[in-house]
Design a protein around this ligand. Sequence first.
Ligand code: TYM
Length: 337
Amino acid sequence: TTRVLTGITTTGTPHLGNYVGALRPAIAASRQAGVDAFYFLADYHALIKCEDPERIERSRREIAATWLAAGLDPEQVTFYRQSDIPEVAELCWVLNCVTAKGLMNRAHAYKAAVDQNNAAGVEPDDGVTMGLFSYPVLMAADILIFNAHKVPVGRDQVQHLEMARDIAQRFNHMYGKGRAIFTLPEAVVDEEGAVLPGLDGRKMSKSYNNTVPLFEGGAKGLREAIARIVTDSRAPGEPKDAESSHLYPIFRAFATPEQDQAFRAALADGMSWGDAKKTVVDCIEAVVGPMRARYEELMAAPVRVEEILQLGAEKARKLAEPLMDEVRQAVGLRAAK
Ligand code: TYM
């Protein structure tokens, strides 16, 4: 069997980019024969970006409910919260001790912070915590503790997967005595959703404030977000090119091939941007609406969601514990058995 693993950081409210880039392909993968899936809420990662305990707590509940509403079956998938697996934090420390600082200097998130500081004329490391700096090491621990083979992610995470491989390789080389203690993980990028652009055409991201929320705000919120997309000034009746508008990639991520074709033909035929937006909203709502109803039920049942997470943590630790034992022995923290 192939072990597939992925996580979502529990800050902010899930948006269409998270759904198309991560949740949808991950859930589809979990239903395939021969796949053993591990999906989790990256709440330790959340502490890097967010200092508001209430926000973290709320976001965790939202993201847990989102996974379940989007079709994750907790019987089939090991679904858990990162901070319920103490072995993750423990392994993270061991990996910190084998990871070159120079490797972390190259990490996107850190480099972006430094660039921003330089542009602002302040110290390069101003406001950079060790959490942000070594974020990819924690991510490597998430993946390696379960010996995951495949990690479905959006394109922005590919560098972190390369780093996880580097770290695993180095550990195996240093301590494996010719044996691979860690499996080298592979990123799986779903080309369809690799980078879903946001309202302004840049990558949909909380940091750009260009997101379309998946459930928050209801159908009305969806309509309002789509209405904010800027289109060119072509009038109704004038032929329009679907592909040159920011509306299209969002639409295409939800449309069937038939809907896609009809949409492009209608625009070429002079459909107004207003009607195009309405078509886009209807198309997304047909997919998201039924999920939103389940989401709302789950948000109203926090105890049930917590039970599901505890069962997942129990299943996950059955694998994390023996691997961590092996690691302790390999590095000499415990006598080898
Ligand atoms: P996060 O929480 O920023 O994003 C979760 C997932 O959503 C994908 N994504 C997108 N995909 C397509 N288009 C977009 N506009 C878009 N925005 C976000 C991300 O690529 C990601 O797959 N560090 C990770 C979480 C994490 C993790 C892990 C992932 C922690 N440990 C171990 C995999 C394995 C993160 O912050 O993702």
